[in-house]
Design a protein around this ligand. Structure first.
Ligand code: SAM
Ligand code: SF4
Length: 373
């Protein structure tokens, strides 16, 4: 059960579901309702609140070699291989989405670098589109050769997730495969930088009782490499449905902890559609610190994102409790125009906000790893 809300509301019980890789029947929609003809005729993915989709997150696998405590439990069940999108299907959605205005595609998961055809996916999206291709990874299996090949294929940006610099905590938080340590991840970051995959970002999730006292140490990585370190508030998207306000660390608390060591100055140049509020170091040292605060400061108003799960469901929002079966539509022989219409219709259903802190919030059945973060 997830419980607790951060801003003083009543505890919200959430029913957990046994099968985590698959979505439950009530959450899966087959076809989204048809959007109004004005939206359909515009050739863009616009929702009923006037927001336009520019950014598509594609989960290319729900598998991972980590079991981060805030993401997936050791016994998480993955979708059947036959239900995962093929390379062909992933590239097709990317191509159609670009015609509807998508300018950036982030390949995610699960752990996208475990996908055996990642290089081919990047190369084929590059050939089919002009979108910016980004990747988010736990950096546990990177090599210079792989990064060079992915960059040559068209990869432009990498985000690396790292939650602790201390080996024992890293192991407790991420439950990684044998031999993976914080040094593995730090070496992965250095490989990305050496291969010119810049600007690089680091993602951190702080969980009370695990790593909340490492905020300044992790922020110091921004100074070490002149990169951006982004602190993401822990969201109720864990497969255990064990989120509670007691484990949650606010962006404000994180910022105060960092400012105890490094004074920060707001950049003031954040894109309104960006999820991050960014700061530079007051002493002029290069590097930036970002705060992504979906729980304490929801940024839904300017959201420009749409998500495609590894098993081919379109999720209008991370916190959607409805998702739409694009895989079934594609495998049913839909034309590109029909796939485009489906994406427009699905976008129209995007909710105004996720309401995490509100009464009646319902945690989606599927964890972040299945949705694609
Ligand atoms: N495996 C890759 C990784 O960890 O970078 C990509 C997928 S992971 C789901 C994408 C991002 O989601 C990571 O930065 C991870 O820290 C974040 N994430 C996962 N579960 C989360 C949660 N419950 N709350 C906040 N962020 C979460
Ligand atoms: Fe794997 Fe990323 Fe989830 Fe951690 S956050 S379990 S690395 S998908």
């Amino acid at each position: 059960m997830a419980r607790g809300v951060p801003r003083g509301g009543a505890a919200v019980p959430v029913v957990s579901l046994p099968l985590l890789g698959e979505v439950c029947a009530s959450e899966r929609g087959v076809m989204p309702p048809r959007a109004p003809e004005t939206a359909r005729g515009g050739g863009r993915m616009v929702d009923s609140h006037g927001r336009t989709i520019r950014d598509l997150r594609i989960s290319i696998t729900d598998r991972c070699n980590f079991r981060c405590v805030y993401c997936m439990e050791p016994d998480v069940q993955f979708a059947a291989a036959a239900n995962l999108l093929s390379v062909e299907e992933i590239v097709r959605v990317a191509r159609v989405a670009e015609t509807l205005g998508v300018r950036k595609i982030r390949l995610t998961g699960g752990e996208p670098t475990l996908h055996p055809a990642l290089g081919e996916i990047i190369a084929r999206i590059r050939r089919a589109t002009r979108v910016e291709i980004a990747l988010i990874t736990n950096a546990s299996v990177l090599t210079r050769e792989k990064l060079r090949a992915w960059k040559a294929a068209g990869l432009r940006r990498v985000t690396v997730s790292i939650d602790s610099l201390r080996a024992d905590r890293f192991a407790r938080m991420t439950r990684p495969g044998a031999g993976v340590t914080p040094e593995t991840v730090l070496a992965g970051v250095e490989m990305c930088l050496a291969e010119g995959l810049k600007p690089l970002k680091l993602n951190v999730v702080l969980i009370r009782g695990f790593n909340e006292d490492e905020a300044a140490d992790l922020a110091a990585l921004a100074r070490r490499w002149a990169v951006e370190v982004r602190f993401i508030e822990y969201m109720p998207l864990d497969s255990a449905h064990a989120w509670d306000a007691g484990k949650w660390v606010s962006a404000a608390e994180t910022r105060a902890a960092i400012e105890g060591r490094f004074a920060l100055v707001a950049c003031g140049d954040d894109d309104p559609a960006s999820t991050s509020r960014t700061f530079v170091f007051a002493d002029g040292t290069p590097g930036r610190v970002g705060f992504i605060a979906p729980v304490s400061t929801p940024f839904c108003g300017a959201c420009s994102r749409l998500r495609l799960t590894a098993d081919g469901m379109v999720r209008p929002c991370l916190f959607s409790t409805a998702e739409w079966d694009l895989r079934g539509v594609m495998r049913g022989g839909a034309s590109d125009a029909e796939v485009a219409g489906f994406l427009i219709d699905a976008t129209w259903t995007k909710q105004a906000g996720h309401g995490i802190a509100g009464p009646g919030f319902e945690q989606p059945a599927r964890p972040m790893s299945a949705i694609g973060g």
